[in-house]
Design a protein around this ligand. Structure first.
Ligand code: HDD
Length: 699
C-alpha cells in the first residue's frame, strides 16, 4: 500500500499574527475554555492535527465511518439551528443598564422600582413579528420591545411592543391571528407582510383589532431606527406595596432620541439596499459609543380611577390616554454592550411575562393571562427543555436555588441527598421565605364561562381617537397604507368588509380608501354592538408630535467625487458631527477620492451600493465636470431623486446643480446650498413634509 502524505492540516492554515483572544468568552458563559496555545480540539479535548481532510481509504477512496472527528463536527453542525420563534423570530439584542431615578416605594416593594441610583443589568431584544429569522428589518410590522432586567430579586421581563394596544382581547385568538399573518401555508408567501388575504380576512372578522390596525397602518410600523421607537408593556399590571396595597400601572419606554419613522417607499427600498438596516444601525451605534437610551415612565392609577374610565383598562385593545393619566418618568435604560455571540444571547434569550419580582403582579387582562402560560411553554420546545434558565443570558444574576432537578441539558451539579422540602436532613437547603412573592389576594369571583365582558365591546372609539389625533400628513400615510395593503387582497368581499369597519372610525378615511380601491361607493358597515363615544384628539399619539428637534443619532450621506471642493466638504463634515449625527462618504468608486486641492478622502460606500435611502439627509459636493458625468449615471440620479422624493434635506453646491435638475429636484426650503451648513442642519432635522403633496398622490 502506498503511503500518501496528508495535505493541509494546521500547516495549511497558519495562525493569524494577532494576539490570542481571551481564554474565556461570554457573559457568564465561562465554561467555554479556549486552549491557551490556540490548539484546535474536539469537544472531548483531543488535539486535532488535520482540519482540512476527512479520513479516507486511499487519496481517492471512500470516507471511513471511523472518522469520529468528521462525525462530531458534522453532527454538531447539523444541529446548530434551533426552532425559530413562532413570532418575533427576527431580532436584535443588546446588553445595557437600567437606573432608577424616582422611587415608587409608595406603590411597590419591588427593589428595582424603589432603590434610586441602583444600576441593574438588562438585556433588550427588539424584533419584527411576522417574518422569519432571516427576513428583512424594515417590513411594515409591529416591533417587539422585550427587556429582561436582572434585578436583585430575580429576573423581571417586560415583554412589550412599540404599539400600546394589541390586535385581540383574548389569548385564545393568538394562534389564529398568527396563522393569519404569517406566510400563507399552501404557498409559503408572503414573508414578513400583512398585505395578503388571510391577514385581512381575519382582521375583517375581528373588529376588536381595528384600533391596533390603525396603529399598524401608521408610520409607527416603519421605524427609522430601533433606537427611535417607543416601547409599551401594553397590559395593566399591578404594583403591591409593603402594606399589601395595590395600584395599577402601565409601563412605557420613551426613546431619548425621540420618534422617527421612514416613509413607505423608502422602507421598501431600504429592504433591498440593506436587509439588516436596523440591526446594522444598532451595531454601529453601540460600536461607536453612541449608546441609545430610553426613559421608563409609568401611568399609575387606582381601581376607583379605573372604574371611571370610559373604557375597560383590562381590555388590551385599549390604551389610557396621557391626558387622562399622565406619564411619570422613573428611570432610564441605556444600551451599551453588543452581545459576544448572536446565537448564545440574542437567539437563546427567553422572555416570559410571568417573570416578575415581589411587588409586581398581574392584572386580569385575558390576553396577559394567556401569555403567562404561552412563553414558558414555547421555551421548552425552542430551547429544548426545562433548564433554559441556566443559559447564561437567561440566568438570574442574583442567587437562585430550589429542589428542581435533572432534565435535558442540566448544567449545574446539585450536591447532597436532599432534593425536597420540607426536610429535616439538610439545614442549609432552600426553604420558603415569608417576604417572598405573594399574589395580590384580589377577589375575582364570578360564574364560570367563556364570556367576553360587555365593557370590552367598543371596538371603534379609540381607533377613531387615534386617527383624528394624527396630523394631516400622518392621516394621508395611513389612508395610503390601507389602500396598498387592501390592493394586495384578492377577495373583494374582504376589502369591502375592512372598509365597512373604517366607516365607524372615520367616514372620510373610509371614503379615501374606497376610492383608492376603485369601489363604487361605500360598502355596508357591521353593527357596532355598543354605542360609540367621541373622544377628544390626543396629540401624544402622533409620531410627528414626538419627533425631537435634533439630528442626533442620525446619518447624512455625503456624495462626492474626484475634484470636489475640500473646504465645503470639511465644513459639512464638521457641522454634521457638531449636530451629533454621523456621515458616510459616498463616491462613484471605493478607495479614496482626490479632492480639488489634491487631498485625499476615504470613501465609505460606492454609489450604486449606498443609495440615499440609508440616510436622513444628503449633501452633494461635485466639480462641474463630475456633476455632468454623474447625470449619465442612473445610481446618481436615483440617489438625488429618492432623497427628494423621501422628503429629505439636500445640500448641493453649484457642481451638483445639473444632477439636481436631471433628478427633477425643485427648490424648496429643504434644498439648500452646500456652503450653508447651518440651514442644511436645520432642514435635515425634519422631513420636508410640505414637499410631499407635489410628489405623490396620497390616498
Ligand atoms: Fe408574544 C414572543 C410581545 C401577545 C406568545 N411576544 C414575543 C416577543 C415579544 C412579544 C416582544 C419576543 C420576545 C423575544 O424577543 O424573545 N406578545 C407580545 C405582546 C403581546 C403579545 C406585546 C400583547 C400585548 N404573545 C402574545 C400572546 C401570546 C404570545 C397573546 C400567546 C397566547 N409571544 C408568544 C410566544 C413567543 C412570543 C409564542 C414567541 C417566542 C417566545 O414567545 O419566546 O410565546
Amino acid at each position: 500500500m502506498t503511503k500518501t502524505k496528508a495535505a493541509g492540516g494546521n500547516a495549511g492554515t497558519p495562525a493569524p499574527a494577532t494576539t490570542p483572544s481571551p481564554t474565556t468568552v461570554g457573559n457568564g458563559g465561562e465554561w467555554h475554555q479556549q486552549a491557551l496555545d490556540n490548539t484546535l480540539s474536539t469537544n472531548q479535548g483531543l488535539p486535532i492535527a488535520d482540519n482540512q481532510n476527512s479520513l479516507r481509504s486511499g487519496p481517492r477512496g471512500p470516507t471511513l465511518l471511523e472518522d469520529f472527528i468528521l462525525r462530531e463536527k458534522i453532527t454538531h453542525f447539523d444541529h446548530e439551528r434551533i426552532p425559530e420563534r413562532i413570532v418575533h423570530a427576527r431580532g436584535t439584542g443588546v446588553h445595557g443598564v437600567f437606573e432608577l431615578t424616582k422611587s415608587l416605594a409608595k406603590y411597590t416593594r419591588a427593589k428595582i422600582l424603589t432603590e434610586v441610583g441602583e444600576q441593574t443589568p438588562v438585556f433588550t431584544r427588539f424584533s419584527t413579528v411576522a417574518g422569519g429569522a432571516g427576513s428583512i428589518d424594515t417590513p411594515r410590522d409591529v416591533r417587539g420591545f422585550a427587556v429582561k432586567l436582572y434585578t436583585k430579586e430575580g429576573n423581571w421581563d417586560l415583554v412589550g411592543n412599540n404599539i400600546p394596544v394589541f390586535f385581540i382581547q383574548d389569548a385564545i385568538k393568538f394562534p389564529d391571528l398568527v396563522h393569519a399573518v404569517k406566510m400563507e401555508p399552501d404557498r409559503g408567501f408572503p414573508q414578513a407582510a400583512t398585505a395578503h388575504d388571510t391577514f385581512w380576512d381575519f382582521i375583517s372578522l375581528t373588529p376588536e383589532s381595528m384600533h391596533m390596525v390603525m396603529w399598524a397602518m401608521s408610520d409607527r410600523t416603519l421605524p427609522r431606527s430601533l433606537r427611535m421607537i417607543e416601547g409599551f408593556g401594553v397590559h395593566s399590571f399591578r404594583l403591591i406595596n409593603e402594606e399589601g396595597q395595590s395600584a395599577f400601572v402601565k409601563f412605557h419606554w420613551r426613546p431619548a432620541l425621540g420618534l422617527q419613522s421612514t416613509i413607505w417607499d423608502e422602507a421598501v427600498k431600504i429592504a433591498g439596499a440593506d436587509p439588516d438596516f436596523h440591526r446594522r444601525d444598532m451595531f454601529e451605534a453601540i460600536s461607536s459609543g453612541a449608546f441609545p437610551a430610553w426613559d421608563l415612565a409609568v401611568q399609575l392609577f387606582t381601581q376607583e380611577q379605573a372604574d371611571g374610565f370610559p373604557f375597560d383598562h383590562l381590555d388590551p385593545t385599549k390604551l389610557i390616554p396621557e391626558e387622562l393619566i399622565p406619564l411619570k418618568v422613573i428611570g432610564r435604560m441605556t444600551l451599551n454592550r453588543w452581545p459576544n455571540n448572536f446565537f448564545a444571547e440574542t437567539e437563546q434569550v427567553a422572555f416570559c411575562p410571568s417573570h416578575v419580582v415581589p411587588g409586581i403582579d398581574f392584572s386580569n387582562d385575558p390576553l396577559l393571562q394567556g401569555r403567562l402560560f404561552s412563553y414558558l411553554d414555547t421555551q421548552l420546545s425552542r430551547l429544548g427543555g426545562p433548564n433554559f434558565h441556566q443559559i447564561p443570558v437567561n440566568a438570574p444574576k442574583c442567587p437562585f436555588d430550589n429542589h428542581q432537578r435533572d432534565g435535558h441539558m442540566q448544567m449545574s451539579q446539585p450536591v447532597g441527598r436532599v432534593a425536597y422540602e420540607p426536610n429535616s436532613l439538610s439545614a442549609d437547603s432552600p426553604r420558603e421565605r415569608a417576604d417572598g412573592f405573594h399574589s395580590m389576594p384580589a377577589e375575582d369571583g364570578g360564574a364560570k364561562g367563556r364570556i367576553r365582558a360587555e365593557s370590552f365591546g367598543d371596538h371603534y372609539s379609540q381607533a377613531r381617537q387615534f386617527f383624528i389625533s394624527q396630523t394631516a400628513i400622518e392621516q394621508a400615510h395611513m389612508a395610503s397604507a390601507l389602500v396598498f395593503e387592501l390592493s394586495k387582497v384578492e377577495h373583494p368581499h374582504i376589502r369591502a368588509a375592512v372598509v365597512g369597519h373604517l366607516r365607524h372610525i372615520d367616514k372620510a378615511l373610509a371614503t379615501r380608501v374606497a376610492s383608492g380601491l376603485g369601489m363604487d361607493g361605500l360598502p355596508d358597515s357591521p353593527p357596532t354592538g355598543t354605542p360609540l363615544r367621541q373622544f377628544d384628539p390626543s396629540p401624544a399619539l402622533q409620531i410627528i408630535g414626538k419627533m425631537k428637534d435634533t439630528l442626533e443619532g442620525r446619518a447624512v450621506g455625503l456624495l462626492v467625487s474626484d475634484g470636489s471642493d475640500r473646504a465645503v466638504v470639511a465644513a459639512l463634515v464638521a457641522a454634521i458631527a457638531k449636530a451629533g449625527a454621523s456621515h458616510k462618504v459616498i463616491a462613484p468608486h471605493v478607495g479614496d477620492v482626490v479632492l480639488g486641492d489634491k487631498s485625499r478622502l476615504k470613501v465609505d460606500g460606492q454609489l450604486a451600493g449606498t443609495p440615499s435611502v440609508m440616510f436622513d439627509a444628503v449633501a452633494i459636493v461635485l466639480s462641474a465636470a463630475a456633476g455632468a458625468e454623474l447625470c449619465k449615471e442612473a445610481a446618481a440620479v436615483d440617489f438625488v431623486r429618492d432623497a427628494f422624493g423621501h422628503l429629505k434635506a439636500i445640500a448641493a453646491d453649484d457642481g451638483a446643480q445639473a444632477l439636481l435638475d436631471k433628478a427633477g429636484v425643485v427648490k424648496d426650503a429643504g434644498v439648500v446650498g452646500a456652503a450653508d451648513t447651518r440651514q442644511f442642519i436645520a432642514a435635515a432635522k425634519t422631513r420636508q413634509w410640505a414637499r410631499e403633496e407635489s410628489l405623490r398622490k396620497l390616498a
